[in-house]
Write a protein that binds this ligand. Structure first.
Ligand SMILES: Nc1nc2c(ncn2[C@@H]2O[C@H](COP(=O)(O)OP(=O)(O)OP(=O)(O)O)[C@@H](O)[C@H]2O)c(=O)[nH]1
Ligand SMILES: [Mg+2]
Length: 248
């Protein structure tokens, strides 16, 4: 089976590129190396939104030596949701069997990658790296953010009647057959709302969803792109999906 890891980026230069530091330097390797270390046969697609810090330039430099690496450049910061949708369509068009969602900032431990693939091979259609099942965890987040995430997930799960414990998770792997069946072009949400909406659609379409435990860590370096708009969007999405459930 042919796999693709999709990594959306906005100003992730330090997470993409390795530095020349010594053994003790935690930034001496980048996310691209880490992915290929754990999944050597898998391609990577970076979807960059013209990051002012030159993230795309670094990726291009590496592409000269690495045929497993691909890049889509968009003309401005257009959001995480549409970046993934663009990546999913690209995966379909290029004949990949499964595609990952993964952050560039090392919140998603690359060592977990092979466990997702094993689940896909055993018949899962969507594998979610979950913080809220037995064995899952969140490290180094401030208490406030931990609580917000925990209760947001309870809200999303009950509000949408979807039996998924971590609906805002962003470390996931899809069998690409799923994409044509969930009308990707109708999804307009971003960030957390995007994750909730896509999980809801995959589950409702009757696909097999599996959660595996992961430990989520705070970003290694760089600035968060989380904003209030993303939180509000997710908040209003849940009652919308609830009404949708009633109507159908
Ligand atoms: N292409 C693209 N990538 C984005 C955009 N917003 C965020 N990203 C990337 O999506 C991934 C997740 O974004 P983060 O800012 O880490 O969001 P988060 O994990 O909820 O928040 P922090 O970990 O606190 O920063 C990272 O790789 C970002 O660079 C965007 O508008 N366009
Ligand atoms: Mg992050």
């Amino acid at each position: 089976m042919k796999g693709l890891v999709i990594i959306p980026t906005y100003n992730e230069r330090e997470n993409i590129a390795p530095r020349q530091g010594g053994k003790r330097d935690p930034l001496r390797y980048g996310i691209l190396d880490a992915v290929h270390h754990h999944l050597p046969q898998t391609d990577i697609l970076v979807v960059d939104d013209s990051s002012p810090d030159g993230t795309a330039g670094l990726v291009k430099k590496r592409m000269r030596k690495d045929r497993r690496l691909h890049l889509i450049e968009r003309e401005g910061k257009l959001g995480l949701g549409t970046a993934y949708i663009r990546g999913f369509k690209w995966a379909l068009a290029h004949g990949y069997d499964y595609a990952f969602e993964m952050d560039a900032d090392f919140s998603h431990d690359p060592r977990d990658l092979p466990r997702f693939v094993r689940e896909i091979e055993q018949g899962a259609d969507l594998v979610i790296g979950s913080r809220y099942i037995e064995g899952g965890a969140v490290e180094d987040w401030p208490r406030k953010r931990k609580l917000l995430s925990y209760y947001a997930n309870i809200y999303a799960r009950f509000g949408t009647s979807t039996p998924i414990k971590d609906m805002t998770a962003g470390y996931k792997c899809y069998r690409t057959e799923v994409f044509p069946r969930i009308r990707l072009e109708d999804i307009t949400t971003d960030g957390y709302g995007f994750q909730i909406e896509i999980d809801y659609r995959v589950y409702r379409a009757g696909f097999k969803v599996v959660e595996i435990p992961i430990c989520f860590r705070d970003r290694r370096v760089g600035v968060s792109k989380l904003n209030k708009r993303i939180v509000w969007q997710a908040l209003f999405l849940v009652p919308k999906l609830w009404l949708w459930n009633l109507w159908r």
